[in-house]
Ligand binder design. Structure first.
Ligand code: HXC
Length: 258
């Protein structure tokens, strides 16, 4: 399919989605989000893909939902269409691992999109923020919820109430991003990590992702029980047999993804 707002590539077993509206700092218009949904569906359906990277440009991951597209919408427009989360949640629903490689601005919906991914690698020039309050609205794609879970109430509240930005150092210190890498290395590093994950057992990677995500959605007791059951079920895979045999035989594992 031909895309107007994103560039989609595959590199080995990794699917790469590059947000590509440079003139609007990758503002997330409706068409862009729909294209991202189509690209994610295709990667999910493709057995040769084991991990996905979403990135933007050096200047902007995404400067938010498209303000010019939103400005004239009425309450009925947004309520009836469940604007805009219904489409966006596709990223959070992805079963394969998704890495956000963030350089430059990740603001509003851009920050929310990054937080829907499984982890965020940040370039040293990354800036995160939820500036919606300055536009007379609030985050609408999980910002008040996910940011609070990442960085705690005090910092999330300050960021959402003032709209101030957080640089890469502060984002790493607060647990929003997993690591900072130099801007020039960001994409290579993200692709390298994604390729490493894609080499592992794909069903077990999905099980692991589901288990970590459970920590955000349930009590500790329930989460631990969920983890144990999933741990048990890895013993039904051929890949667990292969992984442990390879260790015992001092060789690399050759996972068959089953
Ligand atoms: C539409 C945007 C945009 C956005 C930037 N542009 N952000 N267009 N929606 N979110 C456009 C500008 O209008 C401008 O187009 C061009 O991109 C370059 O932007 P500048 O402002 O000239 O660049 P700069 O001076 O470098 O400032 C960068 C910036 C600023 C600090 C990131 O652009 C900015 O504050 N953007 C808005 C950030 C924001 O408020 N995001 C939250 C959106 S609300 P022209 O044509 O003038 O050259 C949101 C709600 C989500 O995300 C709700 C759930 C989905």
């Amino acid at each position: 399919m031909a895309y107007n707002n994103i560039i989609v590539e595959t590199q080995g077993a990794v699917g790469l989605i590059r947000l590509n509206r440079p003139k609007a700092l990758n503002a997330l218009c409706q068409e862009l989000t729909e294209e991202m949904t189509v690209a994610l569906d295709a990667f999910e359906a493709n057995d040769d893909i084991g991990a996905i990277v979403i990135t933007g440009s050096d200047k902007a991951f995404a400067a938010g939902a498209d303000i010019k597209e939103m400005q004239s919408k009425t309450y009925m427009d947004v309520y009836k269409n469940d604007f805009i989360t219904a489409t966006w949640e596709r990223v959070a629903r992805c079963r394969k691992p998704v890495i956000a490689a963030v350089a430059g601005y990740a603001l509003g919906g851009g920050c929310e999109l990054a937080m829907m991914c499984d982890f965020i690698l940040a370039a040293d020039n990354a800036q995160f923020g939820q500036p919606e309050i300055k536009l007379g609205t609030i985050p609408g794609a999980g910002g008040t919820q996910r940011l609070t879970r990442f960085v705690g109430k005090s910092k999330a509240m300050e960021m959402c109430l003032t709209g101030r930005m957080m640089d890469a150092e502060e984002a790493e210190r607060s647990g929003l991003v997993s690591r900072i890498v130099p801007l020039d290395d960001l994409e290579d590093e993200a692709l390298k990590v994604a390729a490493k994950i894609a080499d592992l057992s794909r069903p077990v990677v999905m099980m692991c992702k589901e288990s970590v995500n459970k920590a955000y959605e349930t009590t500790l007791k329930e989460g631990i029980m969920f983890e144990r059951r999933v741990f048990h079920s890895t013993f039904a895979t051929e890949d667990q047999k292969e992984g442990m045999a390879a260790f015992a035989e001092k060789r690399s594992a050759a996972f068959k993804h089953q």
